[in-house]
Every structure is written in C-alpha cells, then in structure tokens.
Design a protein around this ligand. Structure first.
Ligand code: KIV
Ligand code: NA
Length: 266
C-alpha cells in the first residue's frame, strides 16, 4: 500500500470522512496506521507523554523526535506534525525555518499550526514554498492563557463570526485541511459548509469532513478528559491490572515459570 498524499486528503471534501488519530511513538503508529488517513503528531504529547501542564512547554526537539518515530512506524497515513508554541508565530520566515526543520528531520508530509486570520499570511508563505499546512481554529490550546481555559467556543455572536472568518482566512491562504476544536455544533457545521478543504472535528460535529481524537484519551489512559472524548477502552485499568498480576507473581516467586527460564542442554 502506498502512502496517501495531501491531494488525496483534499479530494475527500464532501466524500468519505477523514479518519485521524494522534500518535507519538513508532509502535503506536504501526498499530493505528491502516485504520487512519492521517496521523497527527500533536503537541498534546506535552501532556500525554511528558506530563506538562499545557502544550506551551513543548519544543521543536520533542516534535522532531516523536515525528520521526511516527513516520518510521507508518507507511499509509499522511503524517502531520504540530508546530509547537513559539516556533512559528513571530513571522512567516520563522515559521518556514521551523517547518523546514520538522519536514527534513522527520520525513512528514505536512505541518499543523494554530490560529486564524493572524496566521493566514504564514499559511500562505509556507504553502507557496511547498509545505502543506493544516490549520487549527476554534479552541486553540496554545492560546489557553488568552482564552482563559479550555471551554467550548462560539457561544456568542462575535465569537461565532470570528471563527467563521478565521476558517475562511486559513482556507483562502491555502491550508489543505483544518482542525476545528471545541466549538458548538452548529458552528462546526457552518465552518464545514464555509470552506472547500476538509474540516476535521474534535469536540465539533459528526457533520465535519473527518474526526480526530488524542489516542491516549480514546483508549482510556486518563481519569479525566474533555466531554467530547469518547472512551473506546479502559487501557489504564487494564495496565493497572496487568502490573498488579505481575507484582503478585514476583512476590510469590511464581514468575518466571518454566516457560520463561533457560535450562542447560541435557
Ligand atoms: O495536539 C493535538 O493532539 C491536537 C489535536 C487535539 C487536534 O492538536
Ligand atoms: Na495540537
């Protein structure tokens, strides 16, 4: 199977939903790859992998290391790598230098960056230079300090209009897809209808052109998650139980057993 391409993702607008999950490691990428159209190496790895309080402390080094692992572990999905906070906002030139490093060190096909109208010139600058860009609007976690929290967006008329304008600006600038996160459902539908690129929802609407979730959230690795997360498993519970059985057997000296030990040849 050949790896999917950015134009193939673009062509999915109004057709089959785009399936996207985050991945941060090679092995997880291997497991998820054939189920997905796109794998996102999200800066959510700050919280998920590194235990940081937000995504603000995530570095380009982290994104490059995990991005390269996910590209090595996948052969089918388009791999998209988040540009971390501070690596792109200052200018289109800064964004290009950071994105070029991400692309050359990881082999990924695209980057994602947060922001609407203010980031449109940057999206255009990268796109014109051969770097496919996924936008990210609505609830943008890198702006948590300005937004005042992780609550759903678009409940006031002004916020609703602003997010539609953001979507249009990013799409017009050439983003080949965009994530819309944490907005009221009618707004997610309106954004999806407004732009001609596939809109990937998270905490958005089933009527978006695709969906993304943080893999550890949907696997049940965390006690508390956002309302929009559906848990498809209880991995934390299953890991806890497995570690408990192991600890019990070590203490009882019933592990290792005959199958796990080497004996001299007779
Ligand atoms: O970092 C991330 O995982 C993301 C998705 C939630 C869209 O940006
Ligand atoms: Na992100």
């Amino acid at each position: 199977m050949k790896r999917m391409t950015v134009p193939q993702i673009q062509a999915r607008k109004g057709k089959d939903p785009v399936v996207m999950l985050t991945a941060y490691t090679a092995r997880m990428a291997q497991i998820l790859d054939h189920h997905c159209d796109m794998l996102l190496v999200g800066d959510s790895l700050g919280q998920v992998i590194y235990g940081l309080p937000s995504t603000l402390g995530v570095t380009l080094d982290m994104m490059c290391a995990h991005g390269a692992a996910v590209v090595r572990g996948s052969y089918h999905s388009v791999v998209v790598i988040d540009m971390p906070f501070g690596s792109y906002e200052a200018s289109p030139e800064q964004a290009f230098v950071s994105a070029a490093r991400i692309m050359s060190e990881t082999g990924a096909a695209a980057v994602k960056l947060e922001g609407g109208e203010a980031m449109a010139p940057t999206v255009a600058f990268l796109t014109a230079r051969g770097i496919p860009v996924v936008g990210h609007i609505g609830l943008t976690p890198q702006a948590v300090n300005a937004l005042g929290g992780y609550g759903a967006r678009g409940r006031t008329n002004a916020e609703h209009a602003k997010i539609i304008a953001d979507a249009r600006a990013i799409a017009d600038a050439g983003a080949f897809s965009m994530v819309v996160e944490g907005v009221i459902e009618p707004l997610a539908k309106a954004v999806t209808a407004e732009v001609s690129c596939p809109v990937i929802g998270i905490g958005a609407s089933a009527d978006c052109d695709g969906q993304v979730l943080v893999i550890d959230d949907m696997l049940g690795m965390f006690e508390r998650t956002a309302r929009f997360v559906k848990r498809y498993d209880d991995l934390a519970g299953r890991i806890d139980a497995a570690a408990g059985r192991y600890a019990e057997e070590v203490r009882a000296r019933s592990f290792p057993g005959p199958e796990q030990t080497y004996q001299p040849k007779p």
